[in-house]
Write a protein that binds this ligand. Structure first.
Ligand code: EPZ
Length: 417
């Protein structure tokens, strides 16, 4: 196992290029199943979730090479539709393979997907959507078998704008007969990136970024080259790292409008933000004002920034409230933040954060990807040294976070335990 040793109290300053988006790259990798051929995908970050997705694809017969941030992938000779159970259980995004496998092979066997323990991770909306396209599901004790002689376009209404379900249905519908409409679709930027990738492959998808996505099925798709959008959650995490340490940080390779929800909040807290084309400059040397925030589907405040914001608001001059509406178990980082000195009360879906904290270094355990990142942020702002254990959670979404932070002045080391 490995842990981070974080020496706090150093302002973070300098320039950092933001990595490609994990949550855009993962469905795009799944979509390469839709058409055999040689893909070249730029700005794919080196993360454990990406490695697991590539391991699944190579187990199914693909060939891949991931050097620097360019990924070449050949899915011409996929020979199996049976996703290995041990790999399926390592991350949530393995479920994204259901739609593409169904479209290419007419069947797929899936096991319960893994992913962060941040609440119930149901897949009923995925199943509802694929059933509407004509898929049959047979349930066994430990797996589900899904098959379809052919996929027929359908009008599908989602009870919740699920990101994964929207992506699964989009991908399957590209090769269905006729037109599919997805209503109450997720609007995240990663959905738009998937639409752009699918259309580059020859699909006919429109409406991504709005609540209604239309897909006109086509006969075949082809392998292409593509560049993944920047990771808005990594950008937001680094932005808050600068805010919490009183630094002045330039972030490159960002899309400003993807950060609107977060930037509106940090501006309310008094942070100074300067924009340019694809860079943002953050400097904070004023007292942080408290705010009330509700997480929600894009463009509302992102649930993936909730833990990091909580660490930031612990430093504010007053009481803040964060209401988590997307996941029902996403406060697991609170105990560790309290161990570092934060004063936080959980009342149902709400966290009440009493500001004025001066974080103190402690030994804490990461419980999930974004909760772990929040503990690193608190360590950067703390007096003394913080040890963050279970850093494999953080490696799922941040490419060598310690190197990124070291490059802007942080004192953080990865230690084998
Ligand atoms: C994606 O997960 C992201 N992961 C998550 O990021 C992100 O938090 C989430 O979207 C919301 O934005 C990837 O893209 C790989 P959902 P996903 O389906 O698709 C319920 C990170 O930190 N739901 O929008 O699993 C579900 O229980 C990760 O990078 C159903 O009820 O999210 C949850 O409460 C964490 N039935 C809510 O919807 C379903 O069939 C949101 O889930 C599917 C979901």
């Amino acid at each position: 196992m490995e842990k981070f040793a974080v020496q706090g109290g150093r302002p973070l300053s300098g320039c950092l290029r933001i990595q490609g988006s994990k949550n855009a790259a993962l469905p795009i990798l799944a979509a390469t199943v839709l058409a055999g051929g040689q893909y070249s995908i730029q700005d794919v970050p080196h993360l454990t979730d990406i490695s697991v997705m590539l391991e699944i694809l190579t187990t199914l017969g693909a060939k891949s090479n991931h050097e620097q941030s360019v990924l070449t992938l050949d899915t011409s000779s996929l020979f199996s539709s049976h996703i290995p159970v041990d790999l399926m259980g390592q991350m949530r995004s393995s479920i994204f393979l259901m739609g593409p496998m169904l479209a290419r092979f007419g069947e797929v066997t899936i096991y319960p997907p893994g992913g962060c323990a941040i609440g119930e991770r149901k897949i009923d909306l995925h199943i509802q959507g694929l059933k509407a396209l004509g898929a049959n599901f047979t349930y066994f004790e430990d797996h589900i078998h899904c098959s379809a002689k052919e996929l027929i376009g359908a009008d599908i209404g989602l009870s919740f704008p699920s990101v994964g379900a929207t992506e699964n249905i989009m991908m399957a519908a590209t090769l269905a007969k006729g037109k599919t409409i997805i209503r109450n679709a997720a609007k995240e930027p990663e959905i738009i990136d998937l639409q752009n990738f699918l259309n580059r492959m020859g699909a006919k998808v429109c409406g991504a970024g709005t609540a209604v996505i239309e897909i006109e099925g086509v006969e075949r798709l082809e392998a292409v080259s593509y560049k993944v959008i920047p990771d808005r959650i990594v950008a937001g995490t680094m932005l808050l790292a600068a805010c919490m340490t009183g630094g002045r940080l330039t972030l490159e390779n960002i899309v400003n409008e993807h950060l609107t929800g977060l930037i509106d909040i940090v501006k309310q807290c008094g942070v100074e933000i300067e924009y340019a084309h694809d860079i943002i400059i953050v400097s904070n040397n004023v007292p942080i004002q408290p705010v009330s925030v509700v997480t929600g589907p894009y463009p509302e405040f992102p649930t993936d920034m909730q833990a990091q914001l909580m660490a930031f608001l612990a430093l504010s001059k007053g009481t803040s409230v964060i209401r988590e509406t997307v996941f029902d178990g996403r406060f697991k980082h609170v105990e560790a933040l309290k161990k570092m000195g934060a004063q936080i009360n959980i009342m149902g879906k709400e966290a009440h954060i009493q500001g004025g904290t001066a974080f103190k270094g402690a030994e804490v355990n990461a419980t999930d990807l974004r909760g772990g990142a929040a503990l690193v942020l608190a360590g950067l702002a703390a007096s003394g040294t913080t040890f963050v254990n279970q850093v494999h959670h953080i490696d799922r979404g941040y490419e060598r976070i310690e190197r990124q932070l070291q490059s802007i002045g942080a004192s953080i080391k990865r230690i084998q335990t």
